[in-house]
Design a protein around this ligand. Structure first.
Ligand SMILES: [Zn+2]
Length: 407
């Protein structure tokens, strides 16, 4: 089997790996680089079959529904075979109704936990992982008697930590090469652990108790683990969870009845101006979502936790009094760097506190995966610090973008 990382040997985002064997090729992930200023076809890696017709190219496997792993799917030929988890596909399909820009081609091949999918000479076995994206997989890819393990993005401190423990307890054997994500390297000391989602639940509950008015939480509508954490903390402190329509539709798209839903008694849904078109296109809107208006939201005040986004703040401020309101920030710090959200909140005298944990594995967790798999080689991917791998893991072979090698 021949392998080429087109993008990702020294950066986070824009992941794409091409594999070749016996005259056929496939790709794993087709992500948009994090620093791409737009979703332009110019970011496509040069892979025959994606950028030009080629019969030996069999399809694309998407490990999980994060933009830096699927973001360029809008630019692939319409009949391209694309595989991903079914819930991941429904989430991306739902999200595309709310997002500007071209719709991604989501394909129709299904990744199912621990069930091999065959594309030509490639057998692809997905392993469900704990990650901040829902329906995320690591991938075992076998061809010509060789075995590649792609970690995808993962962690072991989320609400699906049991998935990671299950993999560690019975790992696939005889791995020739492990492509290992290292997003968090250098963000944390080598022996330090990230806070768990359960830790965050306590931190949110303490904050909700402390806040005198409306609690505004800034979190991704697709970080399902985090939504559950916020929901549970809201329940503990007798606050209703108020979602925007987008987030409520994403939760419905999981088709997981254990996750909070917009029609639950303890949940309310608000339709911001920016989502009124989607609301008018939503079938059974009032049956599927317990909608409230802005006046009702302000009336709830200290009895509510509102999932907020920057685009909603003006409407929120215009529609009522925000005395005692506080904001909690539960996303990657980098999104705060432009200062825009802070300026919006400062203008309203709303203090901002951070409550967050990473969607990616800490170093002790990365080491546990390597120790369990005992791969012949470990190759860095999805990391800004490939140079750190050698001091942390055995048998490291770093590669450069565009370099082909064989196992
Ligand atoms: Zn991810």
């Amino acid at each position: 089997m021949e392998i080429c990382i087109h993008r990702g040997t020294h950066e986070i985002g824009g992941s794409c790996v091409e594999l070749a064997h016996d005259g056929y090729r496939i790709a794993i992930d087709l992500g948009l680089p994090l620093d791409a200023e737009n979703n332009d076809p110019k970011w496509l890696p040069n892979i025959a079959g994606i950028t030009s017709p080629a019969e030996d190219f069999l399809g694309i496997i998407i490990s999980h529904p994060h933009q830096d792993h699927y973001g360029l799917l809008a630019h692939v030929p319409e009949n391209m075979p694309v595989a991903m988890g079914m819930a991941a596909r429904r989430i991306l399909d739902t999200a595309s109704r709310f997002m500007p820009g071209p719709k991604p081609h989501l394909g129709n091949l299904e990744l199912k936990d621990r069930q091999a999918l065959t594309l030509g000479p490639f057998a692809i076995t997905p392993f469900k992982m704990d990650h901040s994206a829902y329906d995320a997989y690591a991938l075992l890819i076998e061809a010509g008697g060789r075995r590649l393990f792609y970690s995808g993005d993962f962690r072991a401190h989320g609400r699906k930590a049991a998935q990671f423990e299950r993999l560690i307890a019975a790992p696939p054997a005889a791995i020739d090469c492990l492509l290992l994500e290292g997003t968090s390297l250098a963000r944390l000391d080598e022996d330090q652990h990230f806070d768990t989602e359960t830790d965050l639940e306590d931190q949110f509950a303490a904050a909700f108790k402390r806040i005198a008015g409306l609690a505004l939480v800034f979190a991704s509508g697709q970080n399902i683990d985090r939504l559950v954490t916020i929901y549970r903390a809201a329940l503990k402190t007798n606050r209703q969870l108020v979602l925007d329509l987008y987030t409520s539709e994403i939760l419905a798209a999981t088709e997981n009845a254990h996750l909070p839903q917009g029609h639950w008694e303890s949940v309310r849904v608000i339709i911001p101006h920016s989502q009124s078109r989607q609301a008018s296109e939503t079938e059974n809107l009032y049956k599927r979502h317990r909608c409230i208006n802005w006046a009702k939201l302000h009336e709830l005040g200290s009895k509510a936790v509102m999932l907020c986004r920057s685009s909603m703040i003006n409407q929120l401020a215009r529609s009522g009094n925000l005395a005692g309101a506080q904001a909690l920030y539960s996303m990657w710090d980098g999104y705060l760097e432009d200062g825009k959200l802070q300026a919006q909140l400062d203008a309203l005298n709303i203090p901002l506190t951070k409550i967050h944990t990473s969607g990616h594995a800490d170093t002790p967790t990365l080491k546990r995966l390597v120790a369990a798999l005992q791969p012949n080689t470990v190759t860095p991917i999805h990391s800004q610090h490939p140079e750190l791998y050698e001091s942390l893991f055995p048998n490291v072979v770093a590669r450069t973008d565009g370099q082909w090698w064989s196992i």
